[in-house]
Design a protein around this ligand. Structure first.
Ligand code: EPU
Length: 411
């Protein structure tokens, strides 16, 4: 339940990045020694990843925001179907399992329904590393005697495929080149963690990653980078309420394209080493946005900006180029009074004077965050159902918002 119209003011400490923590946790499977991960967000998706590891025989010891994982007794090959269905990034386990066990049995992953989300690029890469892939009755079996270094070019810079191939090639025989890779900061965080465990990987952040296979990995400890999408979401919330908010524990460089758009819509944004402050006084100006792989504008920030732009002083166009089904929140915004037309992969948003509180429903994680932004801006009360989506990816979402003055409660 949100009572709209309250100005947000104060400090928010940003948690560890969901999309870094997930592949990092998966990659501990590669290591038969104990590892420690700190700044690990306490969110539902991360707990599903722990469940998968435990089903495969790993020991997981959680302590506040740090976790110790011991994969020495890894004994399973098969990822349970129910866990595979819960979350898209469960597929990252496959690369790690191939690296360590040379075998993995799994079904197609589930997760937020934001597009078809095939895994062909992942599987194509595995094949080039020497993996045989057999699919029967919806089950995929990936297997090999040994993994061999290869020269792989991805059809698209897929984040998940880049990570999966880094994991699979880490312990392979020889050198693997992975070209046309994703350049997201989470890829660099994964490279750093793997190297801290003794892997030999260079190139994350550029177009090509080179993995020099090693025999085994050793104990390590790693701190997950801050969540740039959580940070971007709070920045949008500050703008929505004409607020004044300071974010702590952030890497401003990772939010460059988001900050650029926030400035274009009229926000005053200042950055320091690990902090971002934002202040919004004037009306929201219209902007055009096209989602792109990093360092372009993130698809994960698309719906939050769409909500802001519903009350801008003109017309904005948002083009979604990454996922084909990421406008499901639009009908809900229209119920709140927004004027939005969808044409293929574009949303044309004609600014209206104000949104009105309404009963609306979340259908995915980021679309849900967008609806909360709309609720914070709207006049009156909004009841937003489906908040389990938010719990998948935002740590202490409601508490953090209450601390900066939002009138938000879980019913
Ligand atoms: N794609 C293929 N074939 C593949 C893999 C991807 O066609 O084998 C397509 C996808 O269907 C999509 C595009 O390539 O159209 C990009 O997908 P990508 O693989 O890059 O995305 P992902 O790894 O599934 C991660 C994040 C998403 C984020 C995207 C894009 C994690 C756990 N998830 O997904 O995060 O939107 O990259 O940046 O890292 C979220 O946090 O809410 C979220 C959805």
């Amino acid at each position: 339940m949100i009572d709209g119209g309250n100005r947000l003011e104060g400090e928010v400490v940003i948690s560890g990045a969901k999309n870094s923590a997930l592949p990092i946790i998966a990659s501990t499977i590669l290591n038969s020694n104990q590892v420690e991960i700190t700044n690990c967000p306490d969110i539902h998706d991360v707990s599903i990843m722990f469940d998968i590891l435990e089903t495969l025989g790993c020991k997981v010891h959680k302590d506040k925001s740090s976790v110790r994982i011991d994969a020495s007794n890894l004994n399973g090959f098969e990822i349970p179907e129910n866990l595979m269905h819960e979350m898209r990034s469960s597929v990252i386990i496959v690369g790690a399992m191939l690296g360590r066990m040379k075998k993995c049995v799994f079904t197609y992953p589930g997760g937020c329904e934001i597009g078809a989300r095939p895994i062909n690029i992942h599987l194509e890469g595995f094949k080039q590393l020497g993996v045989s892939i057999v699919e029967t009755q919806g089950k995929i079996t990936c297997e090999c005697e040994k993994l061999f270094g290869a020269d792989i070019t991805l059809d698209f810079p897929s984040v998940g495929a880049t990570e999966n191939l880094m994991l699979a090639s880490c312990l392979a025989d020889g050198i693997t080149y992975i070209r046309n890779v994703a350049r997201e900061p989470e890829i660099k965080d994964l490279q750093d963690f793997l190297n801290e465990m003794g892997a030999k990987i260079v190139g994350a952040g550029s177009n090509t990653i080179v993995v020099n296979g090693v025999k085994e990995l050793h104990e390590a400890s790693h701190t997950v980078i801050p969540d740039r999408i959580e940070a971007g979401t709070y920045l949008c919330m500050a703008v929505a309420t004409r607020g004044n908010v300071l974010l702590k524990n952030v890497i401003p460089e990772h939010l460059a394209s988001t900050i650029h758009k926030l400035r274009q819509i009229g926000a005053k944004v200042e950055t320091k080493k690990d902090m971002i402050s934002i202040r919004m006084i004037n009306e929201i100006l219209p902007v055009n946005i096209k989602t792109m792989p990093y360092p372009g504008f993130p698809t994960d920030m698309q719906s939050q900006f769409a909500s802001l732009l519903t009350v801008s002083s003109g017309t904005s166009i948002i083009v979604e180029t990454i996922f084909e089904n990421r406008f499901k929140y639009v009908n809900e915004l229209i119920r709140m009074g927004a004027n939005i037309t969808i044409e293929g992969r574009s949303a044309i948003i004609q600014g209206v004077e104000k949104l009105n509180g309404a009963n609306v429903e979340m259908r995915d994680l980021r679309g849900g965050a967008g609806l909360v932004i709309a609720g914070l801006m709207a006049s009156g009360t909004s009841e937003i159902s489906g908040i389990s989506f938010l719990e998948r990816g935002y740590e202490n979402f409601i508490k953090k918002l209450q601390l900066i003055g939002a009138k938000i409660n879980k019913k």
